[in-house]
Design a protein around this ligand. Structure first.
Ligand code: UDP
Length: 364
């Protein structure tokens, strides 16, 4: 039985703590913020609707094992996420599918005609293959016009970088569909925790061998009294940024309570080309909560604030490698485990964080 310190009570920290407590270890969690849950933290408002304080989170996974794990701690509301994108003064289904193409070009296509149509668009475009960056990865699938309408400006706004500087891996998050499937994700299991993500995390931490200390930021050396540290904070912070600073992007969330039943026709509407915000979320679509009011959130990408995203460009990927070599040495010495989006510097989804926690905890 080990005494283990977990730095950070986000999804990575909560999952690891729970799994390790169930293995018989003694867990202490240090969390800098005054709440648990990290960036999946949510709060019910006076309107009766739950805001996700750090932006929209939809749980989705292909893996039954992961779904079974989360549903031990929460009931899930079945929810299939749909996103609309506002471009050229109209709302379109996003990711791009047959309907998006037909609506934008004012044409009729059958599913089996879509690939040939896109091929024509792609033929007119300039790009390098294999695609080494975000721009080429998208343009090589849909051509320059669709890229311009839906991706170019959203990506520049979100990352404050030219899309050709970003890794093609980011483009891999967004499919292009020849059919009429209008869902954002096609994973077998999708949902929103019925009582919210915070309640889900509370249940995960509700174990006699887990002690949680909020408003207690991890400091170097805190692990001295423990056998092992699970670190889920910023990778560069752990090493006092001695190799240089990794970029993490943040978001300024502008929450509004509106005296209307419904603001927009979907949970999320993206605004690639207009305004300074990237998207608006209307939470009641996701949570299924009823109210005469509604809660919305506008997202303004920012370099300052709580880290939300890793920035996958060449510079950061090279820096990540240098930090990872140091991290590996500590992991091999069985002193520290680096876990989660911030500590591994990976653009993980929630289910990937859980999968990773299951994997590393099984080795302890
Ligand atoms: N993206 C885009 N246009 C959109 C939506 C996404 O160009 O309408 C690009 C953008 O670079 C974004 C990336 O695809 O950062 C990943 O999108 P995703 O929806 O996965 O972002 P998240 O929900 O993680 O913010």
């Amino acid at each position: 039985m080990k005494k283990i310190l977990v730095a950070g009570a986000g999804l990575a920290g909560c999952t690891a703590a729970r799994l390790l407590a169930e293995q018989g270890h003694q867990l202490t969690i240090y969390e800098a913020r005054e709440h648990i849950g990290g960036n999946i933290y949510d709060e019910k408002q006076a309107s009766g609707i739950t805001r996700q304080i750090y932006g929209p989170h939809i749980f989705h996974t292909r893996q039954q094992e992961i779904w079974q794990f989360v549903t031990r701690f929460t009931k899930m509301r079945p929810f299939q996420h749909r996103v609309l994108s506002y471009t050229q003064g109209q709302l379109y289904p996003f990711p791009i599918n047959r309907d998006t193409i037909c609506q934008l070009y004012g044409i009729n296509l059958a599913n089996d005609e879509v690939p040939a149509f896109l091929e024509q668009e792609v033929k007119k475009a300039k790009f390098d293959l294999p695609a080494k960056n975000f721009r080429d990865a998208i343009v090589s699938q849909v051509g320059e016009y669709l890229y311009h309408c839906f991706f170019e400006n959203y990506t520049a706004k979100q990352w404050q970088r030219d899309p050709s500087e970003l890794s093609a891996e980011v483009a891999g998050r967004i499919p292009v569909r020849a059919n009429r499937d209008g869902r954002y994700f096609t994973d077998r299991y999708q949902g929103i925790p019925l009582p919210g993500y915070t309640a889900m995390c509370e249940k995960m931490l509700d174990h006699p061998q887990i002690k949680v200390c909020c408003k207690q930021p991890y400091k170097k050396g805190d692990e001295q009294d423990f056998d092992l540290l699970i670190y889920t904070g910023r990778l560069d912070d752990f090493f006092e940024r001695d190799e240089g600073e990794l970029s993490y992007r943040s978001v300024h969330f502008d929450f509004q309570t509106l005296d209307e039943r419904e603001y927009q026709p979907a949970a999320v509407v993206n605004y690639p080309n207009d305004y300074d915000f990237t998207r608006i979320t209307e939470f009641k679509h996701m949570t299924g909560e009823h109210s005469t009011q509604t809660e919305i959130c506008l997202e303004y990408p920012s370099a300052e604030g709580v880290p939300c995203y890793v920035v996958l460009n060449q510079e950061n990927l090279a820096l990540r490698e240098r930090y990872q070599a140091k991290a590996k040495a500590l992991e091999n010495a069985e002193k520290v485990i680096f876990l989660g989006r911030l500590a591994e510097y990976k653009y993980y989804n929630m289910d990937q964080v859980i999968a990773r926690a299951i994997e590393v905890c099984a080795q302890i």
